[in-house]
Design a protein around this ligand. Structure first.
Ligand SMILES: *Cc1c(COP(=O)(O)O)cnc(C)c1O
Length: 400
Protein backbone atom coordinates (compact mmCIF):
# COMPACT_ATOMS: atom_id res chain seq x y z
CA UNK A 1 0.00 0.00 0.00
CA UNK A 2 1.59 3.28 -1.02
CA UNK A 3 1.10 6.72 0.43
CA UNK A 4 -0.75 7.47 -2.76
CA UNK A 5 -3.84 5.51 -1.68
CA UNK A 6 -4.48 7.90 1.20
CA UNK A 7 -2.87 11.23 0.41
CA UNK A 8 -3.89 13.74 -0.66
CA UNK A 9 -7.26 13.18 0.94
CA UNK A 10 -9.90 14.55 0.57
CA UNK A 11 -10.28 15.61 -3.08
CA UNK A 12 -10.88 19.30 -3.88
CA UNK A 13 -14.60 18.88 -3.14
CA UNK A 14 -13.83 17.60 0.31
CA UNK A 15 -14.79 14.02 -0.57
CA UNK A 16 -13.23 10.94 0.99
CA UNK A 17 -14.49 8.47 -1.58
CA UNK A 18 -18.26 8.90 -1.40
CA UNK A 19 -18.20 10.53 2.08
CA UNK A 20 -17.73 14.06 3.32
CA UNK A 21 -18.40 17.00 1.01
CA UNK A 22 -20.28 20.14 1.90
CA UNK A 23 -24.06 19.82 2.16
CA UNK A 24 -24.95 23.29 3.39
CA UNK A 25 -27.28 26.18 2.50
CA UNK A 26 -25.93 28.09 -0.54
CA UNK A 27 -25.73 31.33 1.47
CA UNK A 28 -23.29 29.64 3.81
CA UNK A 29 -21.02 28.25 1.11
CA UNK A 30 -19.23 31.58 0.62
CA UNK A 31 -18.24 31.87 4.29
CA UNK A 32 -17.12 28.23 4.34
CA UNK A 33 -15.10 28.68 1.15
CA UNK A 34 -13.34 31.60 2.80
CA UNK A 35 -12.36 29.34 5.68
CA UNK A 36 -11.03 26.76 3.22
CA UNK A 37 -8.99 29.40 1.42
CA UNK A 38 -7.69 31.03 4.59
CA UNK A 39 -6.70 27.64 5.97
CA UNK A 40 -4.95 26.56 2.77
CA UNK A 41 -3.05 29.84 2.77
CA UNK A 42 -2.14 30.01 6.45
CA UNK A 43 -1.05 26.39 6.87
CA UNK A 44 1.77 26.87 4.34
CA UNK A 45 3.26 29.90 6.07
CA UNK A 46 6.30 29.65 8.31
CA UNK A 47 4.82 32.18 10.74
CA UNK A 48 1.75 30.03 11.39
CA UNK A 49 3.67 26.76 11.50
CA UNK A 50 6.20 28.26 13.91
CA UNK A 51 3.54 29.83 16.16
CA UNK A 52 1.59 26.56 16.39
CA UNK A 53 4.72 24.46 16.92
CA UNK A 54 5.85 26.79 19.68
CA UNK A 55 2.47 26.67 21.47
CA UNK A 56 2.20 22.89 21.15
CA UNK A 57 5.59 22.58 22.82
CA UNK A 58 5.53 25.27 25.49
CA UNK A 59 1.80 25.66 26.16
CA UNK A 60 0.36 22.17 25.59
CA UNK A 61 3.49 20.31 26.75
CA UNK A 62 4.15 18.23 23.63
CA UNK A 63 5.47 15.74 22.82
CA UNK A 64 3.20 13.71 25.08
CA UNK A 65 4.93 10.53 26.28
CA UNK A 66 4.28 6.97 25.18
CA UNK A 67 4.01 4.82 28.30
CA UNK A 68 4.38 1.04 28.56
CA UNK A 69 1.49 -0.09 30.78
CA UNK A 70 3.22 -3.20 32.14
CA UNK A 71 0.83 -4.01 34.97
CA UNK A 72 -2.21 -3.58 32.77
CA UNK A 73 -0.54 -5.79 30.14
CA UNK A 74 0.27 -8.47 32.73
CA UNK A 75 -3.30 -8.36 33.95
CA UNK A 76 -4.63 -8.84 30.41
CA UNK A 77 -2.19 -11.74 30.12
CA UNK A 78 -0.86 -11.39 26.57
CA UNK A 79 0.27 -8.55 24.33
CA UNK A 80 2.00 -5.40 25.62
CA UNK A 81 -0.17 -2.30 25.89
CA UNK A 82 1.43 1.11 25.24
CA UNK A 83 -0.42 4.35 25.92
CA UNK A 84 0.01 7.58 23.99
CA UNK A 85 -0.56 10.04 26.84
CA UNK A 86 -2.76 12.75 25.33
CA UNK A 87 -4.33 12.90 28.79
CA UNK A 88 -1.23 14.80 29.92
CA UNK A 89 -1.83 17.69 27.51
CA UNK A 90 -2.81 21.07 28.92
CA UNK A 91 -6.63 21.01 29.42
CA UNK A 92 -6.56 17.22 29.66
CA UNK A 93 -7.16 15.78 26.22
CA UNK A 94 -6.17 15.77 22.55
CA UNK A 95 -8.71 18.51 21.72
CA UNK A 96 -6.27 21.34 22.48
CA UNK A 97 -4.24 20.28 19.40
CA UNK A 98 -6.91 21.42 16.96
CA UNK A 99 -8.42 24.15 19.17
CA UNK A 100 -5.17 26.11 19.04
CA UNK A 101 -5.14 25.71 15.26
CA UNK A 102 -8.75 26.87 14.96
CA UNK A 103 -8.25 29.81 17.32
CA UNK A 104 -5.17 30.97 15.43
CA UNK A 105 -7.08 30.66 12.17
CA UNK A 106 -9.95 32.73 13.61
CA UNK A 107 -7.49 35.43 14.66
CA UNK A 108 -5.83 35.38 11.24
CA UNK A 109 -9.25 35.79 9.55
CA UNK A 110 -10.21 38.67 11.84
CA UNK A 111 -13.26 36.81 13.21
CA UNK A 112 -15.13 38.45 16.09
CA UNK A 113 -16.41 35.33 17.84
CA UNK A 114 -15.68 31.62 17.90
CA UNK A 115 -18.68 29.31 18.36
CA UNK A 116 -18.71 25.60 19.10
CA UNK A 117 -20.58 22.69 20.59
CA UNK A 118 -19.25 20.39 23.27
CA UNK A 119 -20.27 16.93 24.50
CA UNK A 120 -18.21 15.91 27.50
CA UNK A 121 -17.01 19.52 27.79
CA UNK A 122 -13.46 18.73 26.68
CA UNK A 123 -13.81 20.61 23.42
CA UNK A 124 -15.43 23.48 25.34
CA UNK A 125 -12.58 23.71 27.83
CA UNK A 126 -9.85 23.37 25.21
CA UNK A 127 -11.46 25.95 22.94
CA UNK A 128 -12.13 28.36 25.83
CA UNK A 129 -8.47 28.12 26.80
CA UNK A 130 -7.27 28.60 23.22
CA UNK A 131 -9.59 31.61 22.73
CA UNK A 132 -8.47 33.16 26.03
CA UNK A 133 -4.88 32.76 24.89
CA UNK A 134 -5.49 34.19 21.44
CA UNK A 135 -7.85 36.90 22.72
CA UNK A 136 -11.11 36.10 20.88
CA UNK A 137 -14.61 35.87 22.46
CA UNK A 138 -15.91 32.32 22.61
CA UNK A 139 -19.42 30.81 22.91
CA UNK A 140 -20.02 27.15 23.71
CA UNK A 141 -23.30 25.23 23.27
CA UNK A 142 -23.77 22.22 25.53
CA UNK A 143 -26.70 19.84 26.16
CA UNK A 144 -28.44 20.08 29.53
CA UNK A 145 -27.76 16.43 30.32
CA UNK A 146 -24.06 16.84 29.62
CA UNK A 147 -23.97 20.02 31.71
CA UNK A 148 -25.33 18.07 34.68
CA UNK A 149 -22.88 15.21 34.13
CA UNK A 150 -19.71 17.16 33.38
CA UNK A 151 -19.83 19.81 36.09
CA UNK A 152 -16.05 20.33 36.47
CA UNK A 153 -15.71 21.17 32.77
CA UNK A 154 -18.74 23.47 32.87
CA UNK A 155 -17.14 25.50 35.63
CA UNK A 156 -13.81 25.65 33.82
CA UNK A 157 -15.47 26.93 30.65
CA UNK A 158 -17.00 29.77 32.68
CA UNK A 159 -13.77 30.59 34.52
CA UNK A 160 -11.95 30.76 31.18
CA UNK A 161 -14.30 33.57 30.20
CA UNK A 162 -16.44 31.76 27.67
CA UNK A 163 -20.21 32.17 27.28
CA UNK A 164 -21.98 28.85 27.93
CA UNK A 165 -25.34 28.17 26.24
CA UNK A 166 -27.42 25.39 27.79
CA UNK A 167 -29.29 23.37 25.13
CA UNK A 168 -32.60 21.96 26.36
CA UNK A 169 -34.07 20.63 23.12
CA UNK A 170 -34.21 17.05 21.75
CA UNK A 171 -32.01 14.56 23.56
CA UNK A 172 -30.24 17.48 25.30
CA UNK A 173 -26.86 15.98 24.36
CA UNK A 174 -24.20 16.43 21.68
CA UNK A 175 -26.25 16.29 18.47
CA UNK A 176 -28.63 18.98 19.69
CA UNK A 177 -25.72 21.09 20.90
CA UNK A 178 -24.31 20.97 17.35
CA UNK A 179 -27.68 22.03 15.91
CA UNK A 180 -27.92 24.91 18.35
CA UNK A 181 -24.34 26.12 17.78
CA UNK A 182 -24.82 25.88 14.03
CA UNK A 183 -27.94 28.07 14.18
CA UNK A 184 -26.06 30.75 16.07
CA UNK A 185 -23.24 30.53 13.54
CA UNK A 186 -25.72 30.99 10.68
CA UNK A 187 -26.81 34.35 12.10
CA UNK A 188 -23.44 35.87 11.07
CA UNK A 189 -21.07 33.48 9.28
CA UNK A 190 -18.91 36.38 8.06
CA UNK A 191 -17.93 37.50 11.55
CA UNK A 192 -18.06 34.14 13.36
CA UNK A 193 -15.99 31.00 13.09
CA UNK A 194 -17.63 27.70 13.90
CA UNK A 195 -14.83 25.72 15.52
CA UNK A 196 -15.98 22.13 15.04
CA UNK A 197 -14.83 19.76 17.75
CA UNK A 198 -14.01 16.72 15.66
CA UNK A 199 -13.29 15.52 12.13
CA UNK A 200 -16.91 16.09 11.13
CA UNK A 201 -18.99 18.82 9.49
CA UNK A 202 -18.63 20.24 5.98
CA UNK A 203 -15.31 20.50 4.16
CA UNK A 204 -12.71 21.77 5.17
CA UNK A 205 -13.29 20.74 8.81
CA UNK A 206 -12.71 16.96 8.54
CA UNK A 207 -9.40 17.63 6.77
CA UNK A 208 -8.37 20.63 8.87
CA UNK A 209 -9.05 19.03 12.27
CA UNK A 210 -7.24 15.89 11.10
CA UNK A 211 -4.21 17.90 10.01
CA UNK A 212 -4.04 19.56 13.44
CA UNK A 213 -4.40 16.18 15.21
CA UNK A 214 -1.89 14.35 13.00
CA UNK A 215 0.89 15.22 15.43
CA UNK A 216 -0.34 12.45 17.78
CA UNK A 217 0.59 9.71 15.34
CA UNK A 218 3.72 11.45 14.07
CA UNK A 219 5.10 11.55 17.60
CA UNK A 220 3.86 8.10 18.60
CA UNK A 221 5.32 6.40 15.52
CA UNK A 222 8.78 7.80 16.32
CA UNK A 223 8.41 7.05 20.02
CA UNK A 224 7.43 3.42 19.44
CA UNK A 225 10.41 2.89 17.13
CA UNK A 226 12.71 4.50 19.73
CA UNK A 227 11.29 2.40 22.56
CA UNK A 228 10.80 -0.98 20.87
CA UNK A 229 12.96 -0.79 17.76
CA UNK A 230 9.98 -1.30 15.46
CA UNK A 231 6.49 -0.22 14.56
CA UNK A 232 3.63 -1.28 16.82
CA UNK A 233 1.58 -4.28 15.67
CA UNK A 234 -1.69 -2.52 16.44
CA UNK A 235 -2.80 1.11 16.73
CA UNK A 236 -6.12 1.66 18.53
CA UNK A 237 -8.28 4.62 19.53
CA UNK A 238 -11.85 5.37 20.55
CA UNK A 239 -14.23 6.88 18.02
CA UNK A 240 -16.73 9.64 18.72
CA UNK A 241 -16.45 11.89 15.69
CA UNK A 242 -13.07 10.31 15.13
CA UNK A 243 -10.49 13.08 15.66
CA UNK A 244 -8.18 11.49 18.21
CA UNK A 245 -8.36 8.26 16.20
CA UNK A 246 -7.51 9.81 12.82
CA UNK A 247 -4.82 11.85 14.59
CA UNK A 248 -3.15 8.60 15.65
CA UNK A 249 -4.00 6.52 12.57
CA UNK A 250 -2.79 8.87 9.83
CA UNK A 251 0.90 8.24 10.57
CA UNK A 252 0.38 4.47 10.24
CA UNK A 253 -1.95 4.23 7.23
CA UNK A 254 0.88 3.43 4.85
CA UNK A 255 2.52 0.93 7.22
CA UNK A 256 1.01 -2.33 5.98
CA UNK A 257 2.18 -4.29 9.02
CA UNK A 258 0.26 -2.08 11.46
CA UNK A 259 -3.30 -3.22 12.11
CA UNK A 260 -5.51 -0.24 12.89
CA UNK A 261 -8.64 -0.50 15.00
CA UNK A 262 -11.23 2.10 15.99
CA UNK A 263 -13.42 1.46 19.04
CA UNK A 264 -17.01 2.66 19.18
CA UNK A 265 -19.34 2.69 22.20
CA UNK A 266 -21.85 -0.17 22.19
CA UNK A 267 -23.35 1.34 25.36
CA UNK A 268 -25.91 -1.01 26.90
CA UNK A 269 -25.53 -3.41 23.97
CA UNK A 270 -25.75 -3.45 20.18
CA UNK A 271 -29.13 -5.20 20.47
CA UNK A 272 -30.56 -2.25 22.45
CA UNK A 273 -31.24 1.30 21.18
CA UNK A 274 -28.73 2.59 23.75
CA UNK A 275 -25.45 2.72 21.85
CA UNK A 276 -23.58 5.00 19.45
CA UNK A 277 -21.95 2.38 17.20
CA UNK A 278 -22.18 4.36 13.97
CA UNK A 279 -19.54 2.49 11.97
CA UNK A 280 -20.87 -0.88 13.07
CA UNK A 281 -24.62 -0.38 12.62
CA UNK A 282 -25.00 2.89 10.66
CA UNK A 283 -25.86 3.31 6.97
CA UNK A 284 -24.68 6.08 4.66
CA UNK A 285 -26.60 9.29 5.31
CA UNK A 286 -26.15 13.03 5.83
CA UNK A 287 -25.92 15.10 9.00
CA UNK A 288 -24.47 18.47 9.95
CA UNK A 289 -23.35 19.29 6.44
CA UNK A 290 -21.55 16.13 5.36
CA UNK A 291 -22.11 12.55 4.28
CA UNK A 292 -21.05 9.65 6.49
CA UNK A 293 -22.28 6.51 8.10
CA UNK A 294 -25.21 7.53 10.25
CA UNK A 295 -27.44 5.89 12.83
CA UNK A 296 -30.77 6.83 11.30
CA UNK A 297 -34.44 5.93 11.17
CA UNK A 298 -36.24 4.87 7.99
CA UNK A 299 -36.65 8.54 7.00
CA UNK A 300 -32.94 9.30 7.23
CA UNK A 301 -33.37 11.22 10.48
CA UNK A 302 -30.58 10.70 13.02
CA UNK A 303 -31.52 8.31 15.83
CA UNK A 304 -31.07 9.29 19.45
CA UNK A 305 -27.77 7.76 20.52
CA UNK A 306 -26.29 6.92 23.89
CA UNK A 307 -22.95 6.24 25.53
CA UNK A 308 -21.72 6.42 29.11
CA UNK A 309 -19.01 8.66 27.60
CA UNK A 310 -20.59 11.96 26.53
CA UNK A 311 -17.79 12.61 24.06
CA UNK A 312 -18.65 9.47 22.05
CA UNK A 313 -22.36 10.14 21.95
CA UNK A 314 -22.79 11.15 18.28
CA UNK A 315 -24.92 9.51 15.53
CA UNK A 316 -22.49 10.39 12.72
CA UNK A 317 -18.75 9.89 12.28
CA UNK A 318 -15.88 11.50 10.38
CA UNK A 319 -16.05 10.84 6.62
CA UNK A 320 -12.47 9.61 6.36
CA UNK A 321 -13.26 6.80 8.80
CA UNK A 322 -16.14 5.68 6.56
CA UNK A 323 -13.78 5.58 3.61
CA UNK A 324 -11.10 3.70 5.58
CA UNK A 325 -13.68 1.14 6.67
CA UNK A 326 -14.95 0.60 3.13
CA UNK A 327 -11.47 0.03 1.69
CA UNK A 328 -10.69 -2.29 4.60
CA UNK A 329 -7.70 -0.35 5.93
CA UNK A 330 -9.19 0.24 9.38
CA UNK A 331 -11.33 -2.17 11.35
CA UNK A 332 -14.01 -0.90 13.74
CA UNK A 333 -15.02 -2.73 16.88
CA UNK A 334 -17.02 -1.81 19.99
CA UNK A 335 -16.84 -1.73 23.80
CA UNK A 336 -19.84 -1.59 26.14
CA UNK A 337 -20.43 0.73 29.10
CA UNK A 338 -19.55 -2.11 31.46
CA UNK A 339 -16.31 -2.91 29.65
CA UNK A 340 -15.48 0.80 29.70
CA UNK A 341 -16.07 1.10 33.45
CA UNK A 342 -14.01 -2.02 34.06
CA UNK A 343 -11.11 -0.59 32.01
CA UNK A 344 -11.49 2.78 33.76
CA UNK A 345 -11.02 1.13 37.17
CA UNK A 346 -8.28 -1.25 36.01
CA UNK A 347 -6.14 1.51 34.52
CA UNK A 348 -6.67 3.58 37.67
CA UNK A 349 -5.78 0.81 40.09
CA UNK A 350 -3.05 -0.99 38.14
CA UNK A 351 -1.26 2.02 36.70
CA UNK A 352 -2.40 5.04 38.69
CA UNK A 353 -3.83 6.63 35.56
CA UNK A 354 -7.47 7.77 35.61
CA UNK A 355 -8.61 7.81 31.97
CA UNK A 356 -11.48 9.68 30.38
CA UNK A 357 -14.50 7.39 29.92
CA UNK A 358 -14.09 7.94 26.17
CA UNK A 359 -10.49 6.71 26.19
CA UNK A 360 -11.40 3.80 28.48
CA UNK A 361 -13.33 2.28 25.54
CA UNK A 362 -10.07 1.95 23.58
CA UNK A 363 -8.27 0.57 26.62
CA UNK A 364 -11.08 -1.97 27.14
CA UNK A 365 -10.93 -3.24 23.56
CA UNK A 366 -7.11 -3.39 23.68
CA UNK A 367 -7.10 -5.40 26.92
CA UNK A 368 -9.77 -7.75 25.53
CA UNK A 369 -7.63 -8.43 22.44
CA UNK A 370 -4.31 -8.53 24.27
CA UNK A 371 -5.38 -11.69 26.07
CA UNK A 372 -5.32 -13.66 22.80
CA UNK A 373 -2.07 -12.24 21.45
CA UNK A 374 1.57 -13.22 22.15
CA UNK A 375 3.60 -11.29 24.74
CA UNK A 376 5.83 -9.98 21.94
CA UNK A 377 2.93 -8.14 20.29
CA UNK A 378 2.74 -4.39 20.89
CA UNK A 379 -0.59 -2.58 20.98
CA UNK A 380 -0.44 1.21 20.88
CA UNK A 381 -3.54 2.82 22.38
CA UNK A 382 -4.35 6.50 22.22
CA UNK A 383 -5.24 7.60 25.74
CA UNK A 384 -7.16 10.57 24.40
CA UNK A 385 -7.92 12.27 27.71
CA UNK A 386 -7.90 12.15 31.49
CA UNK A 387 -10.78 11.22 33.73
CA UNK A 388 -10.95 14.08 36.23
CA UNK A 389 -14.20 15.18 34.60
CA UNK A 390 -15.67 11.68 35.06
CA UNK A 391 -14.42 10.89 38.57
CA UNK A 392 -17.54 12.01 40.49
CA UNK A 393 -19.86 10.30 38.02
CA UNK A 394 -17.99 6.99 38.20
CA UNK A 395 -17.65 7.10 41.99
CA UNK A 396 -21.40 7.56 42.30
CA UNK A 397 -22.18 4.92 39.69
CA UNK A 398 -19.97 2.32 41.40
CA UNK A 399 -20.91 3.39 44.93
CA UNK A 400 -17.31 4.26 45.91
C1 LIG B 1 -14.04 14.51 22.61
C2 LIG B 1 -13.30 13.34 23.09
C3 LIG B 1 -13.30 12.12 22.38
C4 LIG B 1 -14.14 11.90 21.18
O1 LIG B 1 -13.86 12.70 20.08
P1 LIG B 1 -13.06 12.19 18.84
O2 LIG B 1 -13.25 13.27 17.84
O3 LIG B 1 -13.67 10.89 18.40
O4 LIG B 1 -11.66 12.01 19.25
C5 LIG B 1 -12.52 11.10 22.84
N1 LIG B 1 -11.78 11.22 23.97
C6 LIG B 1 -11.77 12.35 24.69
C7 LIG B 1 -10.95 12.42 25.92
C8 LIG B 1 -12.52 13.44 24.28
O5 LIG B 1 -12.50 14.56 25.00
Amino acid sequence: MSNQSFLPMPDHNGMFGEYGGSIIPPELQKAIDEITLAYEEIRQTDVFKEELRDLLKHYVGRPSPVYHAKRLSDDAGGAQIWLKREDLNHTGAHKINHCLGEALLAKHMGKKKVIAETGAGQHGVALSAACALVGIPCEIHMGEIDIAKEHPNVVKIKILGCKLISVDRGTRTLKDAVDSAFEEYLTNPQDYLYAIGSVVGPHPFPAMVRDFQQIIGEEARKQMIERTGRLPDYAMACIGGGSNAIGLFTAFLSDESVKIIGVEPSGKGLDTPDHAATMTLGKPGALHGFKSYLLQDENGQPLPVYSIASGLDYPGVGPQHCYLKDIGRVEYTTATDDECLDAFMKLSRLEGIIPALESAHAVAAAARMAKYLPKTTNILVNLSGRGDKDADFVAEKLGL
